[in-house]
Design a protein around this ligand. Structure first.
Ligand code: SAM
Length: 228
């Protein structure tokens, strides 16, 4: 009988954010697949879980699929974790989920930490309808994507690396206009968590004058949004 694949969200900073069920599923799993096995080992040790982890990251996920499917077909329970947050959300996961479903193997994703939900809800921008854009393409397709999004009416959510934040803010200003409302959340769930809200121009000025450390989520209001 086939085993089952669990996608298990892990904290994006604050270790208290792991759920009771995530801990139980990790304890019960025969195999834990992790983006970075050393990082995962530290988390598992913190949770008192003695499980060996196997590498499953963007550079080997295609090659690793067959082996993981084999384990599942042998009846193993397999858990997939990423470095932080929910696997599959700007992290490996999708290819394995699709392969499992094609083979008739059950998949269950636990609810839990992910960076875009607290950033969006905390932005103060409409969150009844939104689109998650993750990381913009780094080179090819970046301008085309931004051009497409200039007319988007829902709140847009982007992930960005710290060294690209100011450049991205400049591009957002170029495509969406300096007065478009937005928010940038930094270091969510961590000691130096902060959310800066205002127009794109105001937020850019703030981050030109303040530290660009940590991880960032950018939320941008849709084209028709007006502050009341
Ligand atoms: N799987 C993760 C999730 O569910 O959110 C996302 C992983 S992606 C490789 C990493 C990006 O997520 C970072 O560059 C940043 O944009 C965002 N991120 C992750 N942790 C964050 C945090 N504590 N504060 C702000 N942004 C964070």
């Amino acid at each position: 009988m086939n085993g089952k694949l669990f996608l298990v969200p892990t904290p994006i900073g604050n270790l208290e954010d792991i759920t009771y069920r995530a801990v139980r599923i990790l304890k019960e799993s025969d195999t834990v697949l992790a983006e970075d096995t050393r990082h995962a080992a530290r988390l598992l040790q913190h949770l008192g879980i003695d499980r060996k982890t196997h590498a499953h990251h963007q550079h080997n996920e295609h090659k690793a699929l067959k082996g993981v499917i084999h384990l599942l077909q042998e009846g193993q329970q397999v858990a997939l974790i990423s470095d932080a947050g929910t696997p599959g959300i700007s992290d490996p996961g999708f290819l394995l989920v699709r392969a499992c479903l094609r083979e008739g193997i059950a998949v269950e994703t636990l609810p839990g930490p992910t960076a875009f939900v607290p950033a969006l809800v905390n932005s103060g921008l409409p969150c009844d309808r939104f689109c998650f854009e993750g990381f913009l393409p780094v080179k090819k397709g970046r301008q085309t994507r931004l051009k497409e999004l200039a007319g988007e009416s829902r709140t847009m959510v982007f992930y960005e690396a710290p060294h690209r934040l100011l450049k991205t803010m400049d591009e957002l200003i170029g495509f969406f206009g300096p007065g478009r409302h937005a928010s940038v959340s930094r270091e969510l769930t961590k000691v130096y968590e902060e959310t800066v809200r205002g127009t794109l121009e105001e937020i850019k000025t703030y981050f030109e004058q303040n530290a660009l450390k940590g991880e960032f989520v950018i939320c941008v209001a849709g084209v028709k949004y007006e502050e009341k």
